[in-house]
Design a binder for this molecule. Structure first.
Ligand SMILES: NC(=O)c1ccc[n+]([C@@H]2O[C@H](COP(=O)([O-])OP(=O)(O)OC[C@H]3O[C@@H](n4cnc5c(N)ncnc54)[C@H](OP(=O)(O)O)[C@@H]3O)[C@@H](O)[C@H]2O)c1
Length: 313
């Protein structure tokens, strides 16, 4: 029998236990699934379903481990763990992607349509300034992976000219793909709305610094649903204070929850959303995990393997 260890907090276990058991049965995997607190002998564990806020940090005792399946898309909390030598997969799931597409599209449209001026209009001003059409509002997406690619396609379908920046060139209909330093500079300079969807790695830590912000157009808007550490907070505040950027909508932060009293909370040009752009939902995520375990048990290559070459730490 395959032994699966669920290494995340008890609340998550309550959310996932039934879905995971059901999904593994559907996949034909005969498995026992236990929570970390049940303390099964580590040497008998085949698979670990993992959340990076788990108390499990030392994988050394798990000598027969076939793989660790991260519940989240972001893996910066585990990929640098040197005690983990088994394969690591991350969450790529249709519902997760859909959530991000909706968050990004919603916030792009908010800024594109200038909705704030109508929502807060205390002087009841009749000010009929129509927004441009989407085709006249260039958007840049930094990161064209599972999430950035889907958001780019959705924005392109709405008519926005989309430029996407990634490590390797992509052929996605409707998206101008750019790479490298020059590609990033061109994407930032062309866009009126910039969406950050790169992972937090050694290469992307502080990516959006003072120099990159200066490359952005005056009056541009920045959306960051990726990871807080990709942005230099002080440089962002400075760019907003000077009016170089018109607004930043931030879903992720260097410290979460965003500390009380942090300037982001009250800055007139910042909107804070509490890391809700896209969440892993048990019903669909359990199917992704079970399908991957089934692949592994059949000796097939795992899906969504993490490239750990740029891992932090
Ligand atoms: N706020 C939320 O609720 C939430 C939810 C889920 C995920 N996230 C965040 O979203 C991030 C992206 O997720 P994903 O599933 O789209 O990841 P992904 O599929 O791994 O895509 C990452 C993209 O970033 C590009 N990239 C990585 N490093 C780069 C670098 N140094 N220079 C240029 N491009 C680089 C990759 O380029 P290549 O394709 O060329 O490799 C790829 O296109 C996650 O890592 C996570 O931090 C946030």
């Amino acid at each position: 029998m395959t032994l699966v260890l669920f290494a995340a907090n008890r609340d998550k276990w309550r959310e996932y236990e039934a879905s995971l058991k059901n999904a593994l049965t559907q996949e034909g995997v005969v498995a026992q699934i236990l929570h970390l607190d049940d303390a099964p002998p580590p040497g008998s564990v085949d698979w670990i379903v993992y959340a990076p806020n788990s108390t499990l940090k030392d994988f050394t005792p798990y000598t027969a481990l076939k793989g660790v399946l991260n519940l989240w898309a972001g893996v910066e909390g585990i990929e640098g763990n040197r005690t983990l030598t088994a394969p690591l997969t991350r969450m790529v799931d249709g519902d997760l992607t859909q959530g991000m597409v909706e968050w990004v599209t919603g916030h792009v449209l908010r800024h594109h349509l200038g909705m704030d001026a109508q929502i807060a209009n205390p002087e009841c001003r009749w000010d009929p300034v129509p927004p441009p059409l989407a085709r006249d509002r260039p958007v840049a997406i930094l990161g064209l992976g599972a999430l950035g690619g889907a958001c780019g396609r959705a924005l392109s379908a709405l008519g926005f000219p989309v430029t996407g920046w990634s490590r390797s060139e992509k052929a996605i209909p409707g998206i101008r793909s750019v790479t490298g330093e020059d590609g990033l500079a061109a994407a930032l300079a062309a866009a009126e709305i910039v969406v950050v969807l790169v992972p937090h790695t050694r290469s992307t830590e502080g990516l959006i610094d003072a120099a990159r912000l200066a490359q952005m157009r005056r009056g541009a808007v920045l959306l960051n649903p990726a990871r807080g550490a990709v942005i230099d907070d002080d440089a962002l505040l400075d760019a907003l204070d000077r009016g170089h950027l018109a607004h930043a909508t931030l879903d992720t932060f260097r410290t979460e929850p965003l500390p009380e009293g942090h300037r982001f909370w009250t800055h007139p040009r910042i909107t804070v959303t509490p890391h809700i752009a896209s969440v892993t939902r048990p019903a669909s995520a359990a199917c992704v995990i079970a399908a991957n375990i089934a692949r592994g048990e059949r000796g097939e290559p795992l899906l969504h393997l993490v490239d750990r070459s740029e891992a932090l730490g």
